[in-house]
Design a protein around this ligand. Structure first.
Ligand code: ADP
Length: 558
């Protein structure tokens, strides 16, 4: 723009100068021409006067003077019938008749005449002025326009000097003016367009810029507000969220996803997702999503199980990105695995007593049992069916706990429940020659009495079952700080360290045959664990093989 303005100003000034110079030259030429005409007329008058006084001699003198200088006007004397009598630059005898020359004809008729034409003799543009003399002859004075042009041309060097001077000045002026026009535009404060005091023609533009700036700021505020909103929402999501572009490069990662893939959310933008998670399932998932198909898969990462859902983002019929959602399904996965195992175990555990019952019944049916052995066989069928019943009861109890339905909590006295259980189990304890006693104080907690009873019952039953004759079982209930502590201590066979962490698993038994002998199902401690969990209680096992076991359950008192 700067160059354009400069060029425009400069050429305008230069053109104006050239035009002026040409005009001046033209005017000068005209001026000189009209002066030359007046001079020729004056000259003719002087020569006429001279000729009237000195006659032929005057003309002779002029001829002589003309031979020294060719700057004199051309003087011709023509007889009334047109014969040339004298010419100071040509031989009169050789010149043709001049009677038909317009200036001559006019002079003969009116006393004087003039004409301008290309001279036959000299071959130049010539001005002629003719005067009729008293004797009827005609005196003609002529001068070429070349002399006028020469006079005018003498001004040309001055004109050229003037043009050059003006051109230099124009350049300087154009430069200054250009800077004067451009600088205010360059120095515009676009941060505050309305504060500028420049050309009023720029006002609409500045008003528009100010408005667009306001709109832009408003849009930016809106965008950053939405961005913050998005970051707050995704930042607090426990699910991982990754946004990818259409080529699988990361656009944004929320903290949960960054933790899962162990990446820095600020430095992962632009990374290919497959450099973060290389699994084949992820490759297939992305491939499907980029082709526009929503797909899901389950991937194990760092010991956990995660469900990945990839949804394509479509814009104007093109897949422009992918939203990848990761859900932690470790617990669900483990629960499903447990359930599958539980179903398999239940079938197996139920099959064993049923097979025994069926076997005994078949032998009896075939008449292979002697009458005296009959009570023993029927007793076996009875004990196996009892085992079956207690197994089914335990399974039903666990299933109810698994269902996790709403259970009515009420103020329950743990000591009271312990006493009731102990008195219920006293016959079994007596049968096993085990002393069963309660100690402690009344501690009231909010809980489900039926579940609390089951906890105490199962712990006490185990303490009796896995005891030795003459042994002891002490049940104590006491309040300690914010906890209600239930302890069941026995002097039984104890549990080795490697089994202590596993005895709460479903159907886990340290010694299968001993457990079965005592009517164990392998589910008692699973029920205890589940019921304790519902009450927010913690269970501790302290056991030494051959010496005894202490099971401690700590209930929060709220
Ligand atoms: P079970 O019906 O077999 O008793 P539990 O789930 O109640 O099943 O107990 C799991 C296993 O833990 C038992 O088979 C037993 O080996 C062991 N156990 C539980 N309590 C005691 C205890 N007080 N002393 C020794 N071993 C125990």
């Amino acid at each position: 723009m700067r160059r354009k303005i400069f060029r425009t100003i400069f050429t305008s000034l230069l053109l104006a100068t050239l035009l002026t110079a040409s005009l001046v030259f033209g005017i000068l030429y005209m001026q000189f021409y009209s002066e030359m005409k007046s001079e020729v007329k004056r000259e003719a008058a002087y020569i006429n006067a001279g000729y009237s006084i000195s006659g032929e001699d005057f003309l002779k003198n002029i001829e002589d003077a003309s031979s020294y200088s060719n700057e004199l006007s051309r003087i011709t004397l023509i007889a009334p019938e047109g014969t040339v009598l004298f010419d100071n630059y040509a031989l009169a005898d050789e010149m043709e008749n001049h009677a038909d020359r317009p200036e001559i004809r006019k002079a003969i008729l009116y006393g004087s005449g003039e004409a301008t034409r290309l001279s036959d003799t000299i071959g130049q543009q010539t001005f002629y002025h003719a005067l009729r003399l008293p004797d009827g002859s005609v005196l003609r004075v002529a001068r070429t326009t070349a002399s006028v042009f020469a006079s005018a041309a003498s001004c040309i060097p001055y004109l050229i000097a003037m043009v050059i001077l003006i051109a230099v000045l124009s350049m300087f002026i154009a430069k200054r003016r250009t800077r004067g026009i451009i600088d205010p535009i360059n120095n515009l404060d676009l941060d505050d367009p309305l504060s500028n005091e420049v050309y009023e023609e720029l006002a609409p533009l500045l008003i528009r810029i100010a408005k667009q700036r306001r709109d832009l700021e408003e849009n930016l505020r809106e965008i950053s507000r939405r961005q913050e909103e998005f970051e707050t929402i995704t930042g607090n999501l426990s699910e991982g969220l990754i946004l990818l572009n259409g080529k699988g490069s990361i656009l944004s990662v929320n903290p949960a996803a960054a933790r899962l893939f162990d990446i820095d959310p600020d430095k992962s933008t632009g990374r290919d997702i497959l450099t973060v998670c290389r699994s084949l399932q992820m490759q297939k998932l992305l491939h499907d999503a980029i082709l526009g198909k929503r797909s899901e898969t389950s991937i194990s990462i760092g010991g956990g199980q995660y469900q990945m859902i990839a949804s394509p983002v479509e814009s104007h019929g093109l897949i422009t990105g992918v939203v990848l959602l990761t859900l932690d399904v470790t617990e669900k996965f483990a629960a499903e695995k447990l359930r599958r195992e539980f179903t398999a175990n239940v079938s197996h555990e139920l099959k064993t007593p049923l097979q025994s019952i069926s076997g005994y019944a078949e032998i009896i049916q075939n008449g292979l049992v002697k009458p005296e052995d009959m009570p023993r066989f029927i007793g076996q069928i009875y004990s196996e069916s009892q085992r079956l019943i207690s197994l089914v009861e335990d399974i039903i109890r666990l299933s109810r706990l698994d269902e996790g339905g709403e259970m009515q909590r009420e103020e329950s006295d743990l000591f009271d429940l312990a006493n009731k259980t102990v008195s219920y189990l006293s016959p079994s304890a007596k049968e096993a020659s085990v002393t069963l006693e309660t100690h402690g104080e009344s501690v009231v907690i909010s809980g489900v009495p039926q579940l609390l009873g089951e906890i105490i019952y199962n712990l006490c039953e185990n303490a009796i079952k896995y005891n030795r004759p003459g042994g002891r079982v002490d049940v104590s209930v006491e309040s300690r700080n914010s906890e209600a502590v239930l302890k069941v201590r026995d002097t039984g066979i104890g549990i080795t360290k490697e089994h202590q962490s596993r005895i709460f698993e479903r159907f886990y038994r340290v010694d299968k045959s001993h457990s079965k002998e005592t009517g164990g199902t392998g589910l008692g401690l699973s029920i205890v664990k589940h019921a304790a969990l519902i009450h927010g209680a913690k269970i501790e096992v302290d056991s030494t093989p051959g010496i005894g076991t202490t099971m401690t359950v700590r209930f929060p008192k709220e």
